[in-house]
Design a protein around this ligand. Structure first.
Ligand code: FPP
Length: 253
């Protein structure tokens, strides 16, 4: 990157770096329409922004990135748009896997993958398997993801475990946050410290509702295809200025 911002060169800043950044990539359609292009052109252009934020996380030393690529609600979109999104995903996995290996990226998915086209499922499984030993960055892609479904899946899994193994719970079972969290798709990962949403919309859209409880939120008006590495660094800088209190009084009190 030309003229790297100082954050890249100042290791003393590392203590306040988020460990986990989640992003709602929004505005692809509007980006395209404003250019007189079909909506899918915005998704296509958005792939470059995905590459850039992956690179930025590696360069900054942020260990976990979670991107919201396709929600359960996105099935309501026109068939052609869904097809293009699936093709893009297929293409991305085919093209990027070498790069992800070179960069030391561990690729993971969140969501009900079994509903995606078979070819895509296969490529996803291969990518997850092939990159499973990489340690530089965990890159989660949320696909056919819905947070309410994730929470219900966790509850149902726990109910099933209690029914199958009553002796293990000894008749005195009470859920706590740590136990419950381990049944979410994110399992052992720490919750996101920072949520970024592009295109100016101020809502969670059924994304990581449990995990984002204490996240700092950063909204930018930029559409996703216009969100580049420097914009990501800007969001991290903004995060570093925040005082996280987790319900306590601040340090200045
Ligand atoms: C939201 O914009 C974006 C999506 C639903 C898809 C995100 C997909 C990509 C960035 C490309 C594929 C990603 C990978 C990793 C291959 P929108 O269409 O809702 O925009 P709008 O609100 O302006 O209509």
């Amino acid at each position: 990157m030309k003229n790297k911002p100082s954050i890249f060169n100042d290791p003393s800043n590392n203590s306040s770096l988020p460990k986990h950044v989640a992003i709602i990539m929004d505005g692809n359609g509007r980006w395209a329409i404003e250019r007189g292009l079909p909506r899918f052109a915005g998704h296509r252009a958005g792939v470059q922004s995905v590459r850039e934020v992956v690179e930025a996380c590696i360069e900054l030393g942020i260990p976990i990135l979670t991107l919201y690529a396709f929600s359960q609600e996105n099935w309501k979109r026109p068939k052609e748009e869904i097809s293009v999104l699936m093709e893009l995903l297929d293409f991305f996995l085919g093209q990027e896997i070498k790069n992800l290996m070179k960069q030391g990226v561990r690729f993971c998915t969140l969501g009900r993958i079994e509903a995606l086209p078979e070819g895509v499922q296969k490529k996803l499984a291969q990518s997850v398997e092939q990159t499973s030993k990489n340690e530089k960055l965990i890159f989660n892609l949320a696909l056919n993801y819905g947070s309410r479904t994730e929470i219900l899946d966790a509850v149902n899994q726990i109910l099933h475990d209690v029914k199958e193994n009553p002796s293990k719970f000894n008749g005195a079972f009470e859920l706590d946050e740590a136990y419950f969290s381990k049944h979410l798709y994110t399992r052992d990962l720490p919750d996101p410290d920072l949520l970024i949403r592009t295109s100016g919309e101020i809502r969670l859209s059924n994304f990581l509702l449990w995990q984002l409880s204490y996240a700092e939120i950063y909204i930018t008006k930029k559409y996703w295809p216009d969100f580049h590495k420097d914009d990501f660094v800007e969001a991290i800088r903004d995060y570093q200025k925040r005082e996280r209190r987790f319900g306590d009084v601040g340090a200045s009190a």
